[in-house]
Design a protein around this ligand. Structure first.
Ligand SMILES: [Zn+2]
Length: 462
């Protein structure tokens, strides 16, 4: 769907007069746009629609238009019959169309990345497997200036990524780690590639049958979406590169297909992870934390990031606690939580803090196993023990404290929505980087003057 802005009423198409628009606030406008698109679609007013919204301020018009666009997303590439008509072109009237166009351009760019991520999540698992997924990411991101390195299974073996390999060994398509690096800090001659990056890690289980600990058949078809965290991370990298963000970000997509089979990991197996820690695999359906463990270890060892953020459709308990509206946020740093709360408010993708360091019971439970260092099956509360397990793979200082700022987002609720747009997290991560991890200059008007009062000294001086 195309969106344009106009001050006149010369545009062709079905004209719709929208009342009470002048009182709309820009922060409410995207949601209003989404709702309004559903109305337009239901009314079936033809291919071209003009929204006469009076003298809507340009930034509000742009925000409203982004909501229209977001709601227009569909995934119908496998439909062989024509779908119900919806508007193909919408013109939004505003007092200053050129300013609205300018305000809309970055929103459109991020939206395109969210749509791309959503396509990945919507693809069925017979199309998107660890191999084809890695190929798609490479084909999309390399032309945008992102370095893409695919670590194949034989190299993963040499490196010692046995936790991730264990997850995929029942599948005919072996696991992959896709390593992405985008450094926009050299573009304007400020900073350097040596600066410590922000690291993003995403769970990419292209299909989760549960493995030998197989899931019930009801709802298993939704397990094609168990790669939503990695899609959000890849989508965010695309968004950053597409707009030339002045930042240094690395990412690891941990891709595997979790299937039963004669080669599959058995409940009770013990593996040595890349970090050196051994893991008792008590339940092969708790596979997300296994691929993430090796991805977390790798990204820290290889890139020395100041902050590590992971996104994963990890536990049913996170979805049970918070539903589809909030991601469960686990962090070892108050300031990082504050940054995410701010980014969530801006992006509309909401987070809610859960206990990480505070939960001594969860920390003890993941170590409570007789023959290995850790167990992947520490039981309830599932979201907390999963988070505690991941924290074990954050590198430590000499005094035992965490060496990195760490944020784990369990997106099992919002990452598997019933609606069309998926890839939850692209807007959140993009907003986070724009506000807190980019070099500031005249071209970056969105950046606040004071990024965060509690900024610690090992973060880049942007
Ligand atoms: Zn699982």
């Amino acid at each position: 769907m195309r969106i344009s802005f106009s001050s006149s009423e010369q545009s062709s198409g079905t004209k719709v007069v929208v009342g009470a628009a002048s009182s709309m606030r820009s922060e409410d406008a995207p949601a209003a746009g989404e709702q309004f698109f559903k109305y337009l679609k239901a009314k079936d007013l033809g291919q071209e629609v003009v929204l006469d919204m009076g003298a809507l301020a340009p930034n509000v018009a742009a925000a409203f238009a982004s909501g229209l666009l977001k709601a227009s997303y569909t995934f119908n590439k496998y439909k062989t019959t024509p779908q119900k008509k919806s508007p193909q072109e919408i013109t939004v009237t505003t007092s200053a169309p050129q300013e609205a166009e300018a305000a809309f351009a970055p929103l459109l760019s991020t939206m395109e990345s969210a749509f791309w991520a959503s396509d990945l999540v919507n693809e069925p698992a017979n199309v998107l497997n660890p191999e084809t997924y890695a190929e798609r990411v490479k084909a999309e991101l390399e032309p945008l200036g992102v370095k893409v390195r695919v670590i194949e299974a034989d190299e993963m073996k040499k490196l010692g990524m046995n936790a991730a390999l264990a997850v995929g060994q029942g599948s005919v398509t072996p696991p992959r780690m896709v390593v992405l690096e985008y450094d926009g800090t050299e573009n304007n001659g400020v900073g350097s590639a040596q600066k410590q990056p922000l690291a993003l890690v995403g769970k990419g289980i292209t299909f989760d049958s549960g493995g030998i600990s197989i899931k019930p058949s009801s709802g298993m078809e939704n397990m094609t979406m168990d790669m939503g965290g990695s899609a959000a991370v890849a989508g965010a990298m695309r968004a950053l590169a597409a707009r030339g963000a002045k930042t240094h970000v690395v990412a690891v997509l941990a891709l595997a297909e979790n299937m039963p089979g004669s080669h599959a990991t058995r409940p009770g197996d013990i593996v040595k992870s890349l970090s050196g820690k051994t893991v008792f695999i008590g339940n092969t359906d708790a596979e997300g934390r296994l691929v993430l463990a090796d991805a977390l270890a790798y990204v820290q060892k290889e890139y020395d990031p100041h902050t590590v953020v992971d996104l994963a459709t990890l536990t049913g308990s996170a979805a049970a606690a918070l539903g589809k509206e909030f991601a469960a946020a686990f962090t070892n740093d108050k300031c990082l939580m504050a940054k995410f709360n701010k980014a969530a408010a801006v992006s509309g993708e909401k987070v809610w803090q859960m206990p990480l360091e505070e939960s001594k019971a969860a920390a003890a439970a993941v170590r409570n196993t007789p023959h290995a260092d850790l167990t992947n099956n520490a039981g309830a509360p599932g979201a907390l023990t999963a988070a505690a397990f991941l924290r074990e793979f954050i590198e430590k200082n000499g005094d035992g404290s965490d060496k990195r700022k760490f944020m784990h987002l369990d997106i099992a609720g919002p990452g598997m929505p019933a609606g069309e747009l998926k890839g939850w997290g692209v807007f959140l991560l993009d907003a986070l980087v724009a506000r807190f991890y980019e070099q500031k200059d005249a071209a970056n008007q969105n950046a606040p003057k004071h990024a965060c009062k509690c900024k610690s000294k090992n973060e880049p001086e942007f």
